[in-house]
Design a protein around this ligand. Sequence first.
Ligand SMILES: Nc1ncnc2c1ncn2[C@@H]1O[C@H](COP(=O)(O)OP(=O)(O)O)[C@@H](O)[C@H]1O
Ligand SMILES: [Mg+2]
Length: 220
Amino acid sequence: MIALKVEDLQHGYALPAGRLEVLRGLSFTLLSGQVLAVLGPSGSGKSTLLHLLGGLETPSSGEISWGAERIGGLSQERLAARRSVEVGLIFQHHYLLEDLTTLQNVMLPGMIAGDWSEVSAKSLLERVGLSGKAAAFPRVLSGGERQRVALARALSTKPRLVLADEPTGSLDRHNAELVFGMLIELAHSEGAGVVVVTHDEGLAKKTDAIMRLEDGRIVE
Ligand SMILES: Nc1ncnc2c1ncn2[C@@H]1O[C@H](COP(=O)(O)OP(=O)(O)O)[C@@H](O)[C@H]1O
Ligand SMILES: [Mg+2]
């Protein structure tokens, strides 16, 4: 099954100094259960790409489909509703809510979408090795533990697509490997397609496919 399809995606920004072309025509397909690593120098458009794929920003041109449906034709309301169920986001600025417990943070996307289960949230926490921390508040968690909660939260609605922007960027080697391994394992077992941006060539090798961005194009 196709999780994501991208057709001739282009995006740029109008700046005072002129137009900045960030993405110059990307096309690729991601299958369910497949993990795609996106590598590329800083400023090559990786975060921009993830924002477009998540429907958080509208591309200058080109088409993005979640499964078989093109998202370009959806209204903002419909897009937001679909995103909350179909897309799991693991973004650096997408913090855990400090006033909610670990378990509540994992259940939150489902609660917003009106369909959640404490049992499956607990089982996700168990799978990222945090069953003992269900009642804990984020402030007492380590960086690696917080990213594991973010991982469980992103998968809590059984999304067809997970978008992760340098999810291990702030972690030490051991925790980076642990979190990355869990992301791959959960994606494979849940059948979610994953696009993960990373700077780490070693981690990228563990995924099913690698895409390199340079000057707004896929170079490999
Ligand atoms: N909202 C914006 N307005 C103008 N320029 C932007 C905006 N967002 C990103 N850019 C520019 O687009 C380029 C790609 O940025 P980004 O996608 O964050 O790169 P990466 O994540 O690969 O480091 C950079 O030159 C950045 O300055
Ligand atoms: Mg970035």
